[in-house]
Design a protein around this ligand. Sequence first.
Ligand code: ATP
Ligand code: MG
Ligand code: MG
Length: 383
Amino acid sequence: MWNSPKVGILGGGQLGRMLTESANRLNIEVHVLDAANAPAKQISAHDNHTIGHFNDQDAVQELAKNCDVVTAEIEHVNTYALEAVASQVKVEPSWESIRIIQNKYDQKKHLSKFNIPMADYRELVGNTPEELAKIGEQLGFPMMLKSKTLAYDGRGNYPVKSKEDIPAALEALKDRPLFAEKWAHFKMELAVMVVKTKDSVLSYPTVETVQEDSVCKLVYAPARNVSDAINKKAQELARNAVSAFEGKGAFGVEMFLLEDDSILLCEIASRVHNSGHYTIEGCGLSQFDAHMRAIIDLPIPPKSLELRQPSIMLNIIGGATPDSHLKAAEHALSIPNASIHLYSKGAARPGRKMGHITVTAATMYEAETIIQPLIDVVDEIRA
Ligand code: ATP
Ligand code: MG
Ligand code: MG
């Protein structure tokens, strides 16, 4: 095997763990910055990991000492720490890109310079009811109030259905920097994983995502009942949006498909993404393989990103008790072509992503039929 560069990962949760799985298969040594027994560290036995938090400047410095390339499994990292080590190691994607993307308002401002279609939005300056009421008159109701920073799994969003919701919305997101977004009346949510390499911008198929309470529940690959024209539009939008950012690696692009078949960008993640987990079984190279290859300049044959079989991914999310989610995994053991991924995060909390299951089949109809009993189990757990 070649003398591979050492790759540092900020964050060792499930995404870091799946990146490590890919790295392990290529004899790439990854050094993870996270708590001692983080999911990624559990599958990577050596002494070069760093114990600490991805927001701690000293810990990032410590990690960078032993690495050639540093990447992140999450966008909410300390980009000033990354900036500080960028003269020592490569940072992929660039700290500048992560800094813009981690602030949803800055992300939208940046993307609007590149003519990317998005829902109209307004910044809040004083977070007062009067200010939000005025914005409501401009954007109309419902509108989505959003935190600019530290948003994930819908924690940071508050749907403002009418003027009456304004006090509750501001209370729920108080002390956070905010903007409001015009409601996107979508008929479907689409997503595309884009991979930026040193000389190209590649994309995986257009998939359909289903969110429940703003948390990703299901991903259908390919998106169901979507015309070639819409598919092409989504692919182009996703690649154009990611091209607006510097650096290499996988980017998750979320979009809204509206009633009139126009498409708006929802948001970009500067990392591997939940909407791309299906690629592990569905494609020749997974998003995790592709990210690893992209950041260390190994070849990625574009054909390896094509879908081999229709695939459906179902998230296993924490339920009422610390192990209630395991019922879904147990059930999946007896389902044909169901690949089970448990993240080994320990005890579940309600709403916490604990694992996922991917079913592949010759047709989407067959995959839907196979996975339905599992969806029923997952619904029971969350009920
Ligand atoms: P993620 O876990 O994907 O990072 P997030 O917390 O950053 O989520 P968003 O992606 O902005 O949040 O929104 C989560 C979900 O909320 C979307 O997938 C969509 O279902 C809904 N949503 C967000 N913005 C709007 C909007 N403007 N109009 C309608 N629905 C929206
Ligand atoms: Mg987000
Ligand atoms: Mg999102």
